[in-house]
Ligand binder design. Structure first.
Ligand SMILES: C[S@@+](CC[C@H](N)C(=O)[O-])C[C@H]1O[C@@H](n2cnc3c(N)ncnc32)[C@H](O)[C@@H]1O
Length: 354
């Protein structure tokens, strides 16, 4: 059964049908326009900041046509590369959600960092215990389970786009029964039959291409006055890690497999997130960034995390025979530069009311 078949059969009404149609029509044109309008941003080098590589952008010398043509080729190549490794800015507007499937079993085992961050956010919720709450992007259900515990006479709607993650979450929550409703859908085009009192989301929004559309959908499913508390990747998230992966991916034998494709994750800043939320009708009480550096004891565990979470999409593009070599190079560089196997996460936490 196709994704949409499941979506409709699960009792969920399609939302934003017209927005989707509009998106698809304008998609290609928009993409071309965006490509030409992009600021010249490149993934951060270790120890640096996101910024422009004006040297590479420099205009060709007057009259030097050969150099001009060369620069143009370089510029086009770099414009494509800029989008390939989780660059900042909401450039994914109108794009479809990534269909690279998650390894839900591995994620369940490796997701301690996300679980910890999510538990800290859950700890700030003041729940009566009888609310109906949406877990927006429930993943393998570890945090959904914790949410259910805090809602002894309430209900949880566990929504995710990945069938494998939903399957894993169903398994984990099999004993809970009707208290949890599972929904297969995408946060940028969904609706629920009944509104919810609150929305919780952890480590998801940066995977959703169109934030304006996502916040509109979230606002629609929330009761008037209902709350939203979410944490996700913010601007600068994993910049050093993506920078290293980008540099390794520039070299053969990886280059030919990674050269033109894109990572779907995008990392937004506070101001544009606030703006999009307010435009969707939210009253935002908090939007802030913080950094967190998970450390891994072994190279094996570190590479498993990279494979399953951070470089999941790059892995899907590389032939199996090259994947290990690629991960080894990225992790060796990390160890050399950081003295440990670590990740440079930046989280954006938002709190709002409908
Ligand atoms: C890193 S996992 C986080 C899962 C869980 N919230 C946690 O903290 O462990 C990201 C999840 O977002 C889901 N996701 C990505 N894009 C989505 C979308 N457009 N709509 C719904 N879920 C999405 C993925 O399928 C995945 O389960």
């Amino acid at each position: 059964m196709g994704l949409h078949g499941r979506f409709e059969r699960s009792g969920v009404l399609r939302c934003a049908q017209k927005h989707k149609q509009k998106q698809e029509q304008g998609q290609e044109k928009e993409q071309e326009q965006r490509q030409s309008q992009l600021p010249h941003v490149s993934p951060m080098k270790p120890g640096g900041t996101w910024g422009t590589r004006s040297g590479l952008m420099g205009a060709a010398g007057a009259g030097d046509q050969k150099r001009g043509a060369k620069d143009k080729v370089k510029k086009n190549r770099l414009a494509k590369r800029r989008q390939a490794w989780g660059t900042g800015g909401c450039r994914n507007k109108g794009r479809r959600v990534s269909v690279v499937e998650w390894n839900a079993v591995a994620y369940d085992d490796l997701s301690d960092p996300m679980f910890e961050w999510g538990m800290a956010v859950l700890g700030t919720l003041e729940l009566r215990g009888d609310e109906r709450v949406l877990d927006a992007g429930c993943g393998s259900g570890r945090l959904t389970e914790e949410l259910v515990r805090r809602l002894p006479v309430g209900e949880v709607v566990a929504l995710d786009f990945s069938p494998k993650m939903l399957e894993q979450a169903r398994r984990r929550l099999a004993s809970v029964g009707k208290q949890v409703e599972f929904v297969h859908g995408s946060l940028q085009e969904f609706a629920l039959q009944r509104q919810v009192d609150g929305i919780f989301s952890n480590a998801v929004f940066h995977w959703v291409p169109d934030h304006a559309e996502m916040f509109r959908c979230l606002h629609r499913v929330l009761k008037p006055g209902g709350w939203l508390v979410a944490q996700f990747g913010g601007v600068g998230n994993l910049a050093k890690t993506y920078g290293r992966a980008h540099d390794v991916g520039e070299r053969e034998p990886f280059r030919e497999h990674l050269k033109s494709d894109r990572e779907s994750a995008h990392f937004e800043d506070v101001a544009s997130t606030r703006e999009r939320m307010e435009a969707a009708g939210f009253r935002v009480s908090e939007a802030k960034l913080h950094t967190v550096v998970p450390r891994f004891e072994t190279q094996e565990r570190y590479e498993a995390f990279l494979r399953t979470v951070v470089l999941r999409e790059a892995m899907a593009k590389l032939p199996e025979g090259l994947q290990r070599e690629f991960l080894d190079e990225v992790s060796d560089r990390t160890r050399r530069e950081e003295g440990e196997y670590s990740l440079d996460y930046v989280r954006l936490t938002v709190r709002a009311r409908a």
